[in-house]
Write a protein that binds this ligand. Structure first.
Ligand code: NAP
Length: 331
């Protein structure tokens, strides 16, 4: 076995991801008594990677810090007091994912059936869609659900989970190809926002409004979702990728209660970290079950990114908006 491993860190905060990152080499050591050593097979690429490196994500993490929101791999060594894992077991870990090897307390990893791109996509994207819709959105059946960035790594799970629960689903995306993907995933009304105006579609085709908005783009899409909430509708704000580079735009409009109160509607924030401990194990088990029974598709983008040197390309690709489903880096 090799005696060193490499990982990608944010060495300095910079809006330019390539300037922020460095690949560093460290010696491999034996895991501490309650730790396991993981050999990474795939890392999921997330919109958060770039804003974290810029020091602009929720709470700015002091540099240097490890990047990579999620990874899957095989356990190669365990500490003397590790109880539930053995070398060869496949696990998912959340955080520190852009690393050839990594160390984790056994309480911080999740057992998975295999370390594949499909399974890593269930990490941040799958868990966010599942927990946000069920726990925060109080998803029911027979409602109308609007998903923005619906063909992306997080959105395509939200579309399918909302359909599986028996809802009518509208999904926004930026191309006809993505609209086609959304149809194959069961989306009832794909909206290519480059061809159609979402406000006009909702006004003419959904006059009673939308019960859940799973919103991750921000800007005009957030405003449109808010204006079209149904009575007792819930808008879940999970991200605002359209304004990550500039910061949330300052806008002048009527206070939010004027939209919410007449409909007994609400806006609810969601950040996965706040829900991991209580909800991640059960939701991950459910997602793996749905995947393995063929009820859920984990759409992995076909563009190949291999090794730590490809991470910056992968992050830029995600931000270009071309990706269909999850962007993954493999090793
Ligand atoms: P992704 O959806 O796989 O990729 C980003 C997608 O956003 C693009 O493909 C693009 O698709 C869409 N987009 C719309 N406007 C954009 C713009 N101005 N610039 C770039 N992309 C734009 O990425 P993801 O990692 O799954 O994240 C999606 C969103 O969910 C992000 O806002 C992210 O921060 C958020 N998120 C939040 C949490 C949480 O815990 N709160 C967890 C996971 C993800 P179209 O243009 O085709 O729509």
């Amino acid at each position: 076995m090799t005696t060193t491993y490499r990982k990608l860190i944010a060495a300095r905060h910079s809006k330019n991801f390539r300037d922020a990152i460095e690949i560093v080499e460290s010696p491999l050591r034996d895991p501490a008594p309650r730790e396991l050593l993981l050999r990474t097979r795939c890392t999921g690429v997330n919109a958060a990677d770039r804003i974290m490196a810029a020091g602009a994500y929720i709470a700015a993490t002091p540099v240097p810090f490890d990047l990579g929101g999620e990874a899957v791999g095989e356990v190669v060594a365990v500490g003397a007091q590790v109880q539930h894992y053995r070398p060869g077991d496949a696990v998912l870990t959340l955080g520190g994912g852009y690393s050839e090897y990594s160390y984790h307390p056994e309480t911080r990893v999740f057992p998975i059936p295999r370390a594949t791109p499909e399974i890593v996509s269930l990490g941040v994207g799958g868990l966010t869609a599942s927990i946000a819709l069920e726990v925060v959105g109080e998803m029911k059946s027979g409602e109308t659900v609007l998903v923005t960035a619906a063909a992306g790594g997080t959105g395509h799970f939200a579309v399918q989970l909302a359909k599986l629960a028996g809802n009518h689903v509208i999904g926004t995306c930026s191309s006809d190809d993505k609209a086609g993907l959304l149809r194959t995933l069961g989306c009832d009304r794909p909206v290519n926002y480059r061809r159609e105006n979402l406000h006009d579609v909702l006004k003419s085709e959904y006059p009673k409004g939308v019960h859940i908005v799973f919103e991750s783009v921000g800007g005009d899409l957030f405003d449109t979702g808010l204006r079209h909430l149904a009575v007792r509708g819930r808008l879940i704000t999970i991200g605002y990728i359209a304004e990550y580079d500039t910061g949330a735009q300052k806008v002048e409009q009527a206070r939010v209660y004027s939209y919410l109160l007449p409909k007994s509607a609400s806006v609810r924030g969601f950040w996965l970290n706040h829900f991991l401990r209580d909800h991640a194990p059960a939701h991950l088990l459910k997602l793996v079950g749905l995947l393995d029974s063929g009820k859920l598709t984990a759409e992995v983008d076909s563009r190949v990114f291999r090794g730590l040197e490809a991470v910056a390309d992968a992050v830029e690709y995600l931000y270009s908006g071309q990706n269909h489903g999850k962007v993954v880096v493999s090793y």
